[in-house]
Design a protein around this ligand. Structure first.
Ligand SMILES: NC(=O)c1ccc[n+]([C@@H]2O[C@H](COP(=O)([O-])OP(=O)(O)OC[C@H]3O[C@@H](n4cnc5c(N)ncnc54)[C@H](OP(=O)(O)O)[C@@H]3O)[C@@H](O)[C@H]2O)c1
Length: 490
């Protein structure tokens, strides 16, 4: 990327900027993906100087990139970083930004593309967007359609269907869809993308990727940590909104989608949304049968969490898809905090082969396990295939399950995969929207999750307590075991 650009980060003293955005920018410059040092303005309410902001950012980048830190390069990058103190609600902040951006355009004698990154809790989106509009910052310097501005907006996008629609309406009144980049960082993960390459570039998998061969699908996203300092935010959100509405439904869509005609934004997003639209709604009458909510022991004692909170920190659910490809194949989803390990995994469980004809069996039937194709998104990214093999020896009937592994580390050495935020930032700079959620994806996901939320509230489904380090409440096991299946992790 050779052309200059301006990145304005709202929420520049926050966790996301420190842990993800600034290290991503540093790595992109270091890798030569951004050849021109960017001009960045961090906006935050802390009364700190530019040089204090620089020190904060340096510490974060050093911490993230460790021995890869290059002092000379950082000096070049930091020369283009500014800090703008002020409240998001204050119009004067935006007027000062106008002055700074105009001065930058004048210095470069160009209409420099502007990126506005809303790295803030969602309650600030509306006020920031209205001020971007009111101050005309959203219009850029108004040089027609090629030099337009872009807005990057973090999840969660709304709290339910109604609030998501309101936010989308506001966005659409200020920006065109091609200028809006709704971030779901799971879509930027290397392994999620590799799932598509794996399916469509290998002749042996895609033909079996359907109800004729697959018995069921599981998607797990478990975290080891609790809510930490984000108690106030999380308590009003819960796992259904925080993770299922976005990351889990996107992983489901990527797994279930049909083959796109090309790897471009329109084709891929069309296929993702089509897959999501086939998910059958779980109405209030079915919530008890298909959804299990849990809360980790001690959650209500976390700071800024209501002592009587019924917010779920865990959820497991079973969904069915009405498509030709997946009719009759359950998708089991589970996610939670303070679980035994941090892992994200998608697994496809194949139907068992027919080994018996009447009373005659080729192998003792219970010994034949399902083949499983598991895609490990993190950690130890890779793909594993469970196959049945004969144990060495003279007997023919001694079967055992064995794992065939592909790991990124073994295949490509210790080179780390780019962080999702590196890819997403670069794609937004290049104008590639493939890995960003489109308005109809957001709408569809909330159409699915809002009745679930209402159903849980209206039917008062219990929130089962689970211990730290468990893999969820026991009731979640019952959800899958009543179908004679069990949870699986590599
Ligand atoms: N953190 C992550 O790893 C992560 C991952 C994925 C998505 N996200 C999403 O990214 C967004 C940001 O998350 P975060 O964890 O970075 O939040 P955060 O740590 O709470 O940061 C919020 C930022 O907004 C500033 N701020 C808050 N109210 C303000 C106001 N009225 N005027 C001016 N500045 C104000 C804060 O300033 P102070 O520093 O003064 O408080 C801080 O810079 C959220 O939507 C979150 O869901 C975060």
């Amino acid at each position: 990327m050779n052309s200059p650009f301006i990145l304005v980060i709202f929420g520049a003293t926050g966790d996301l900027t420190a842990r993800k955005l600034m290290p991503a920018i540093y790595r992109l410059v270091k890798a030569g993906e951004i050849t021109q040092e960017p001009f960045i303005i961090g906006v935050g309410r802390r009364d700190i100087t530019k040089s204090q902001f620089h020190s904060m950012m340096e510490e974060s980048v050093r911490h993230a990139v460790k021995e890869d830190f290059d002092t000379a390069l950082w000096k070049k990058i930091v020369a283009g970083i500014d800090y703008q103190m002020g409240l998001f609600e204050d119009a004067a902040v935006y007027n000062r930004l106008v002055t700074k951006l105009e001065a930058f355009d004048a210095k470069l004698k160009a209409c420099v593309p502007r990126f506005f990154y809303l790295a803030t809790p969602p309650e600030h989106y509306e006020v920031i967007l209205k001020h971007l509009d009111g101050s005309k910052l959203a219009e850029g310097c108004g040089q027609g359609t090629t030099n337009y501005t872009k807005v990057l907006i973090e999840k969660p996008f709304g709290k339910d269907l109604e609030t998501a629609r309101t936010l989308d309406k506001l966005l659409a009144s200020i920006f065109e869809e091609r200028q809006i980049y709704r971030i779901d960082h799971y879509l930027g993960k290397e392994t999620v993308q590799n799932l598509l390459a794996f399916r469509f570039a290998n002749g042996i998998f895609e033909p079996t990727w359907n109800r004729n061969f697959i018995d069921h699908v599981q998607i797990t996203l478990s975290e080891e940590t609790g809510v930490g300092k984000r108690g106030a935010f999380y308590d009003g959100v819960g796992a259904l909104r925080d993770v299922v509405q976005n990351h889990m439904l996107q992983m489901l869509a990527v797994t279930a989608m049909d083959q796109p005609v090309a790897f471009d934004a329109t084709s891929i997003r069309d296929m993702r949304v089509k897959a999501m639209q086939t998910i059958e709604l779980i109405g209030p009458e079915d919530v008890g049968k298909n959804v299990v909510r849990g809360q980790y022991e001690g959650y209500t004692g976390e700071s800024h969490v209501d002592a009587a909170s019924q917010t779920e920190t865990y959820v497991a659910l079973k969904v069915m898809l009405a498509s030709e490809r997946w009719k009759g194949v359950p998708f089991y989803l589970r996610t939670g905090k303070k679980l035994g390990k941090k892992v994200s995994e998608i697994s496809l469980h194949y139907k068992k082969p027919i080994v018996c004809t009447g009373d005659l069996c080729l192998f003792p039937e219970p010994k034949v396990l399902r083949n499983v194709l598991a895609v490990r998104i993190e950690p130890n990214e890779g793909i594993v295939l469970r196959v049945m093999v004969k144990q060495p020896g003279l007997g023919m009937l001694d079967l055992t399950a064995s794992m065939m592994h592909f790991t990124y580390r073994e295949a490509f050495g210790n080179k780390e995969n780019p962080d999702a935020y590196e890819r997403l930032l670069l794609d937004s700079i290049r104008g590639d929207q493939t890995l960003f959620a489109r308005t109809d994806e957001i709408e569809t996901s909330w159409k699915l999750v809002t009745p679930l939320l209402d159903g849980c509230k209206n039917t008062q489904t219990p929130v089962y307590i689970y211990k730290h380090g468990a893999i969820g409440p026991r009731e979640a096991d019952a959800l899958i075991e009543k179908d004679k299946r069990s949870w699986f992790l590599i």
